[in-house]
Write a protein that binds this ligand. Structure first.
Ligand code: PLP
Length: 398
């Protein structure tokens, strides 16, 4: 069956929440995808920063098949080996001592918000997050998300969320009241345009938390698991949170999320206070264990940083060559954005579409940035190929 046929069938039955590329994907390997018409794509989207080890990594696929052959699901009424191994790996390689497992980024943030509230006690429920942030689509996480366009039509939103302007610690401090329990932020804002928070700014936020007795929650759903060149983005920034959330790349495509915290704070969530039927499902957890083992092996993060440096240099060359369309590059690791000029923004959707026609997948983050989030296993030839295709598209726009 062709792309067109699949698309027509899908259009008849889905609720229209997504604007999809006109392709039905049928197969993936490494940084490549193939659609129902047999067309090949160079994938610099990686399922929205999920397939960090590339599509169908043989070791992850093997771990999934092995686990699926022995046990799919028993619920959290029981212990299972993959879930314990995963929690041990997360704890051994982060600031955290304790892990709660769930199935997505929004759920991990929900758990973090619930923990912050119950830990802080009666009357302290308010979470400060940042303008431009993205924390998920459930009612609480959409309320935490600092972008009004995600709120429209869904009011009244849950109470207890306020948003500070991006970039100035004083605007956060002005929002702190006796009701505040936590500050929630991404170390680098992904969805709203690949905007890094500077180390000084993050340190100032940490200081505010310490001074006012607030919990610092880092949403590393997109930045975590090697995406920025270290296992967690905050490691490079010299700031440690009290709570961290993970999801996207954790299962390399299987749905799994996690909320991590310290021994002292974790003690506030006791039996019956929070739960998830599927959370830490053995198959998803087995995939995540393999993901972590691969990422923690010698040389993996170094290679991400090397490819990042090369990719940044090439994107800078692109910005220099098309100054009427692009002004520069931002981001960290392999979470990079090409910042567009006003004229570039007008062409933005067109650039994404023409890249698709060229067989390359990228997308638009926020309103002024072309986002590049290739699998972390991307090689230099694939980066060169992506840049060639991008230049071909931009040449046509001159
Ligand atoms: C994607 C994302 C989420 C939401 O994750 P879902 O799995 O879609 O619920 C939350 N926070 C950040 C920073 C994200 O990038």
């Amino acid at each position: 069956m062709s792309n067109a046929t699949w698309r027509a069938r899908g259009d008849k039955v889905f609720i229209g929440t997504y604007s999809r590329f006109p392709a039905a994907m049928v197969r993936g390997s490494g940084c490549r995808l193939w659609d129902a018409d047999g067309r090949e794509y160079l994938d610099f989207l990686a399922g929205i920063a999920v397939c960090s080890l590339g599509h169908c990594h043989p070791r992850v696929t093997e771990a999934i098949c092995r686990q699926a052959g022995s046990l799919l699901h028993v619920s959290n009424l029981f212990h299972t080996q993959p879930q314990i191994e995963l929690a041990e790996l997360l704890v051994a390689n982060s600031f955290a001592d304790r892990v709660f497992m769930c199935n997505s980024g929004a759920e991990a943030n929900e758990a973090a918000i619930k923990l912050a509230r119950i830990h802080s006690g009666e009357g302290r429920y308010e979470v400060i997050s940042l303008a431009g942030s993205f924390h998920g689509r459930t009612l609480a996480t959409v309320a935490a998300t600092g972008q009004p366009r995600f709120h429209q039509g869904f009011e009244p939103l849950p109470r207890g969320f306020v948003h500070a302007e991006f970039g100035d610690p004083a605007t956060i401090e002005a929002l702190i009241t006796p009701q505040t329990c936590a500050i929630l932020c991404e170390p680098l804002q992904g969805e709203s345009g690949v905007r890094p928070l500077e180390p000084d700014y993050l340190r100032a936020i940490r200081t505010l938390c310490d001074r006012h007795g607030l919990l610092l929650i880092f949403d590393e759903v997109q930045t975590g698991l090697g995406r920025t060149g270290t296992l967690f983005a905050h490691e490079q920034l010299g700031v440690t949170p009290d709570i961290m959330t993970l999801a996207k790349a954790l299962g390399n495509g299987l749905p799994i999320g996690a909320m991590l915290t310290t021994e002292r704070i974790a003690a506030s969530l006791t039996v019956g206070t929070h739960a998830s039927t599927f959370g830490g499902n053995p198959v998803a957890a087995a995939a995540a264990v393999e993901v972590l083992k691969i990422m923690l092996a010698d040389g993996f993060m170094e290679s991400v940083r090397e490819k990042s440096a090369l990719f940044i240099e090439k994107l800078r060359t692109v910005a220099d060559r098309y100054p009427h369309l692009a002004t520069g590059v931002r981001g960290r690791g392999l979470l990079l954005g090409l910042i567009l000029t006003d004229r570039g923004i007008e062409h933005g959707p067109d650039i994404v579409q023409q890249m698709f026609d060229e067989g390359a997948l990228i997308n638009f983050a926020g309103n002024r940035v072309l986002r590049f989030v290739p699998p972390l296993i991307v090689d230099t030839a694939e980066i060169d190929l992506l840049i060639d295709k991008l230049c071909r598209v931009l040449d046509r726009l001159v």
